[in-house]
Design a protein around this ligand. Structure first.
Ligand code: MLT
Length: 411
């Protein structure tokens, strides 16, 4: 008789966003007249930049000609895209990242989970609370945790609470952990990390032989020139950090799918026999075996992000969403709500009014003003009493949603 991976049985009911989708669909079915505005999942709404579309159309034409047709591409991604990324996203900021250390993929979410393939099952793992649920759930699936308790915390994980008191940036742990997930600009709180804060993490990781998984999917939304965009802007990070990046949010690729992961060749971790093993080699082996690369057409689209035209168009997209974030932040603050984030990040983190729980506020918003957000408790126990509002939507919808919320929930 076949058996299952029992670790899946430890997972809480559903992944957060499908669960929200289920509740919203149930509401919509019984209230077909409701004009629902979705500010829940951080999914982009504005069209792909023209530069990316033009490049992809050209690539489609190439695929229609036997002289320019391409079959399997390199599993690591085409070198012309990797070089543009290394030059533009890293070397231009003083980071010593080489194109060969950049691995193109179909998403940061996938890479954040897949990276666990190359790590042992006995690592101690730290996550912030609240946290992007993928980091936790993929560790549960891999059998790296015990069961969840009544507030949804899994045994065996080290939770680092992030609260208004610590400006939503975790304290450096006092105990030793081997793998640390950091996400800046942060999903869900919209918090950012200073250079000094990241330096403290890198110093900790180097002292303890830990590896930092640095999720920088939202780096394009940073406008403050003092805030680092990459962990590799920090001294020593090449010896302790893997970085995840994405074209989803800056270039609107959530449906098109393209991202990348940086694994420096200077990174090592221990084998069971105590020897140091290059993580780059393991990740390269993993990708070459389990992945066949992102389509040529999509990689050409991603490459166009780095053209002058592509840069201007992606910057316009980012500015558009950040104007939405400003509207959300200012209107909710003016209505007396306690609001965080939304300045260098496309997420606004709101304290729920009248001591409502996160899900109570979710249901109230859905039922009274037909606006969908994301309950903070879905990101972890310390997110209880908070609510995330995404700036990814049309201007019209954001303005309408804010008018509805502030009308009913001013305090
Ligand atoms: C979110 O809403 O947190 C994001 O859209 C999730 C993701 O990027 O996978």
């Amino acid at each position: 008789m076949a058996t299952i991976n029992d670790n899946y049985l430890k997972l809480k009911a559903g992944y957060l966003f499908p669960e929200i989708g289920r509740r919203v669909n149930a509401f919509a079915e019984s209230n077909p007249e409701a004009q629902i505005i979705r500010l829940g999942i951080g999914d982009v709404t504005e069209p792909l930049p023209q530069a990316c579309r033009t490049a992809m159309i050209k690539a489609v034409e190439e695929m229609g000609d036997r002289h320019t047709f391409r079959g399997y591409g390199p599993e690591q991604g085409y070198v012309w895209l990797r070089e543009k990324i290394a030059t533009h996203d890293f070397q231009s900021r003083g980071c010593e990242i080489d194109a060969s250390e950049v691995f193109i993929s179909d998403g940061s979410k996938c890479d954040c989970g897949n990276i666990l393939d190359i790590f042992g099952s006995d690592n101690s793992i730290a996550v912030t609370d609240p946290v992007y649920p993928v980091y936790v759930d993929t560790n549960v699936m891999a059998g790296h945790t015990g069961d969840a308790n009544e507030v949804g915390e899994y045994g065996g994980l080290v939770y680092l609470p992030v609260t208004a008191e610590n400006s939503f940036t975790a304290e450096i742990p006092t105990q030793k952990v081997d793998l640390i997930y950091l996400c800046f600009p942060n999903n869900p709180t919209g918090a950012i990390a200073s250079k000094a804060h990241l330096q403290a993490w890198v110093d900790y990781a180097k002292t303890n032989g830990s590896i930092i998984f640095f999720d920088a999917a939202y780096e394009a939304f940073i406008s403050d020139p003092d805030i680092p965009h990459s962990i590799y802007e920090i001294d020593g990070a090449r010896e302790c950090a893997i970085e995840f990046r994405s074209f989803s949010k800056n270039a609107g690729f959530t449906g098109t799918r393209c991202a990348f992961t940086v694994v420096p060749k200077t990174l090592t971790a221990k084998a069971a026999d105590g020897s140091d093993v290059d993580l780059w080699k393991l990740w390269n082996r993993r990708q070459s075996t389990k992945f066949n690369g992102v389509s040529y057409i999509v990689q050409r689209g991603a490459e166009a992000v780095y053209s002058d035209e592509g840069q201007a168009q992606t910057q316009a997209l980012v500015s558009f969403y950040m104007e939405n974030a400003r509207i959300i932040r200012e209107q909710l603050s003016a209505a007396g709500l306690e609001v965080y984030g939304g300045v260098n990040a496309p997420y606004v983190w709101v304290k729920t009014p009248h001591a409502l729980t996160s899900w109570e506020f979710f249901d109230k918003l859905l039922h009274t003003v037909n606006v969908v957000g994301t309950p903070g408790s879905g990101f972890g126990a310390a997110g209880e009493g908070y609510f995330r509002i995404s700036a990814f939507n049309s201007r019209e919808n954001v303005e309408e949603a804010m008018a509805r919320i502030t009308d009913k929930f001013s305090i």
